[in-house]
Design a protein around this ligand. Structure first.
Ligand code: HEC
Ligand code: HEC
Length: 182
């Protein structure tokens, strides 16, 4: 009886330790994927996020807010009548919601995609030094020369889960080419 209890205690201790190890391992994995290519798109289901995806996902993927700093988003949101050669104006009500969403979830200078950012905040993600560095091995023929891609602004052509902020190197798939490996 006594040894049975001991045995049970031993088992409990063992399984508690085991789940700590599993939990730590799980955290470790999430940590790794955060470091390599996961960016905040914020909570997906707030009214602000829904309006953002509807309005700003109409012509291109709704870029995760964490890919640009607040300054860039503010400039974009106050010049929608001349948006990269298009008119992307929205109602005042939508603009206020979208600006709130982007400001709340914007990237922090010096971190993630905004590493090595110097001087003025660019209007394009594709002009950020970290972006340029991460893509400098991708040849033109796979981008502008690829009718299924067209330009680097089309994140979701190569990163299937771009809208949810997942850009991990392991999940890149360039249309018309074998799985990417560098
Ligand atoms: C009428 C179509 C249209 C709508 C609506 C639109 N955009 Fe754009 N957007 C464009 C075009 C065109 C480009 C340039 C793409 C290119 O160079 O290939 C662009 C580029 C961008 C870029 C830069 C991407 C890069 O190259 O790094 C950002 C950021 C952006 N848009 C944000 C927004 C936001 C925020 C909204 C919603 C308020 C929005 N867009 C709505 C057409 C649109
Ligand atoms: C033509 C295909 C293509 C397009 C379009 C593209 N990417 Fe990439 N991206 C790649 C490839 C390939 C890599 C992996 C590069 C390497 O091996 O270092 C990559 C890597 C990345 C990484 C680094 C991931 C990591 O694990 O560290 C990020 C972040 C990223 N891309 C974001 C973007 C964003 C944001 C856009 C759109 C504005 C975009 N990409 C558009 C092909 C593309």
């Amino acid at each position: 009886m006594k040894s049975g209890v001991k045995k049970a205690m031993g088992y409990i201790r063992y399984s508690v330790a085991g789940s700590f190890i599993l939990a730590a391992w799980g955290l470790g994995l999430t940590g790794v994927s955060n470091a390599s290519g996961t960016y905040s798109a914020g909570a997906a289901s707030t009214p602000e996020a829904v309006v953002y995806r509807e309005e700003c996902g109409a012509c291109h993927v709704a870029y995760p807010a964490g890919l640009l700093p607040v300054e860039s988003w503010s400039t974009i949101m106050t010049s929608l009548d001349d948006h990269f050669g298009e008119n992307a104006e929205v109602s005042a009500e939508s603009a206020a919601m979208i600006t709130a969403y982007l400001t709340d979830n914007a990237g922090k200078p010096g971190r993630g995609m905004l590493k090595r950012m110097k001087g003025d905040a660019p209007l394009r993600i594709t002009e950020l030094p970290y972006f340029v560095r991460k893509h400098d091995e991708v040849p033109e023929r796979m981008v502008s020369g690829n009718e299924k891609v067209g330009s680097f602004s089309n994140c979701n052509a190569c990163h299937e889960r771009a809208e949810s902020g997942e850009f991990d190197e392991d999940t890149v798939r360039i249309p018309g080419y074998e799985r990417w490996s560098d």
